[in-house]
Design a protein. Structure first.
Length: 190
């Protein structure tokens, strides 16, 4: 039933087209960056660059891992618009906005690493972690699912406030969505 409904030629063609459109958002080092993303999404867990380089989907030399990360350029505006275009046409659209902290406790030399608030169970029970905060705006398919498709991601820089970044993302959404009057955004109290 699943294969019959979802894995048809039309959906596969749409997926291939979407992947090619994402690739066109990569302005520099697009081959290595595409291979890097394929390796990440095909690996169940990764603990190091060595494991990433050894992944079956990464077909480039070892140096390409670093080149893809250090030298790549991505057109984020185009990528965000492409992700928003994937939202299905519906009478009402629901979006959620929240800040996610990428935990980096061991990366003492990482630029712009900040103190973030996490769950109480983290960092010896005080909920304080070191990391990089990102504000995520996501399309919510339905209320009974925890799955959400991110349509806009923005790094919350140390000099910025998460609320200000959220306001910019909501403005972006209502400027770029097909019918803004039919969309709503929910976010947490933070």
């Amino acid at each position: 039933m699943y294969a019959k409904n979802y894995l048809n030629v039309e959906n596969f063609t749409r997926l291939v087209d979407f992947r090619q459109q994402i690739r066109r958002c990569f302005l520099k080092r697009c081959d290595a960056l595409s291979s890097l993303l394929d390796a990440v999404k095909q690996s169940s867990h990764l603990n190091s660059f060595v494991e990433l380089r050894l992944a079956a989907w990464f077909k480039h030399r070892w140096q390409s891992v670093y080149a893809a990360i250090e030298e790549s350029r991505i057109d984020n505006k185009k990528l965000n618009r492409l992700c928003l275009e994937q939202v299905p046409k519906r009478e009402r659209l629901s979006f959620a906005l929240d800040v996610m902290n990428v935990r980096r406790p061991e990366s003492e030399t990482l630029k712009e690493r900040v103190i973030c608030h996490g769950a109480k169970r983290e960092a010896f029970g005080n909920g304080i972690i070191y990391g990089l905060p990102y504000s995520l705006l996501a399309f919510c398919d339905n209320a009974s699912s925890s799955w959400a498709m991110t349509v806009h991601t923005e790094r919350v820089r140390p000099e910025a406030k998460a609320v200000a970044v959220a306001v910019e993302q909501i403005q972006w959404l209502f400027e770029n969505i097909r019918e803004p009057s039919r969309a709503s955004v929910g976010f947490d109290g933070g």
